[in-house]
Ligand binder design. Structure first.
Ligand SMILES: [Zn+2]
Length: 261
C-alpha cells in the first residue's frame, strides 16, 4: 500500500508550528521506522540535570565575559570536573536561568553532544533545527559523520486553529492530563482522575502563542527551505483531521511520506 516508503531510514526531522499536533505524528514515525525521539527540550533537561547533580554553588555569571564563555579549561578548574557534560549543562543554565534566548552556538553544541551519543542515527529530530544557523550546522555535522536526514515531516496547521486550541487548553497539575474548555471540558473545572483544579500553562496565553507563531515564520521556515534546497524532501501532513483516530493519523502520515519517494 505504501510501496515507495523505504524499510529503513537514518533520521527524520519533524517540524510544525508550536501546537500544530506534532506528537501524534512523531509517535507514528518512531513506531513505523523503529526510531527514537530526540527532543530539544529533553536535551536541555538532560544537561541541566547533569550540572545540577554536580552540585556547584558558586555564581555561574563569572563564566560569561565580554559576550562569550571563558575557555572550557577555566570552567573545568572552577567547577572541579573534567566531565564535558557538566560544562555544557552550566552553559545552558546560564541562559535558561536568566530567561534569555539560548544562542545557536550553545544549542548546536548541546545537540551535537547528545546526537553523538546516539551515533548520529535512528532519531526523529523534534525541535531541531529551528534556525538557519542550526540547519547549516546540522548539514555539516551529517556530512562529517557520514549520516543523513531522509525527509522532513511538516505538520501543517492554521494559525487561528492553533490559537483557539491552545488558549482553551487546561492541564491537570498532578497527572498532566490535557483538557479543552470547549471540546473536552473538565467537570466543575477539575481533573476527572485526580479531583484537583485544572490550570492553564503560563505559555498558553494568546500573546505567547502569537509570538511563537511569529518565530516559526521568521526562523523555522527559512531553516526548512534551506534543508529542502539541500535535497531533503518535505512531506506535509494536515495537523487537523476531521476524524482524529490513531489509524487515520497513521494513514495520513504514511501516505504523505509515500508520495515523496
Ligand atoms: Zn489529574
Amino acid at each position: 500500500m505504501y510501496e515507495n516508503i523505504p524499510d529503513k531510514v537514518t533520521n527524520i526531522i519533524v517540524t510544525g508550528k508550536s501546537g500544530a499536533g506534532k506528537q501524534p505524528r512523531i509517535d507514528v514515525l518512531v513506531e513505523e521506522f523503529d526510531l527514537e525521539q530526540l527532543s530539544t527540550g529533553n536535551i536541555f533537561r538532560s544537561y541541566l540535570g547533569k550540572f545540577n547533580d554536580h552540585g556547584y554553588s558558586g555564581d555561574i555569571g563569572q563564566f560569561w565575559q565580554e559576550d562569550q564563555f571563558v575557555p572550557d579549561e577555566e570552567i573545568a578548574k572552577e567547577l572541579k570536573t573534567q566531565d564535558p557534560d557538566v560544562i555544557l549543562g552550566m552553559k545552558a543554565k546560564y541562559f535558561v536561568d536568566r530567561g534569555l534566548f539560548v544562542p545557536d552556538f550553545i544549542t548546536n553544541e548541546l545537540f551535537r553532544a547528545y546526537f553523538s551519543r546516539k551515533n548520529y542515527r535512528d532519531q526523529v529530530l523534534d525541535g531541531y533545527p529551528r534556525t538557519l544557523d542550526q540547519a547549516e550546522f546540522l548539514m555539516k555535522l551529517l556530512e562529517e559523520e557520514d549520516s543523513r536526514v531522509d525527509f522532513i515531516l511538516w505538520v501543517d496547521n492554521d494559525d487561528e486553529m492553533i490559537v483557539e486550541r491552545t488558549v482553551n487548553r487546561r492541564i491537570c497539575p498532578d497527572c498532566g492530563k490535557v483538557y479543552h474548555l470547549v471540546y473536552k471540558p473538565p467537570r466543575d473545572g477539575k481533573c476527572e482522575v485526580c479531583d484537583v483544579e485544572v490550570v492553564q500553562r503560563s505559555d498558553d496565553t494568546e500573546e505567547k502563542i502569537r509570538s511563537r507563531l511569529g518565530e516559526f515564520k521568521e526562523k523555522v521556515i527559512p531553516a526548512m527551505k534551506y534543508l529542502e534546497e539541500q535535497g531533503i524532501p518535505i512531506a506535509r501532513v494536515p495537523g487537523h483531521l476531521e476524524d482524529f483516530t490513531p489509524e487515520n493519523v497513521r494513514k495520513s502520515v504514511l501516505s504523505s511520506v509515500n508520495k515523496i519517494f
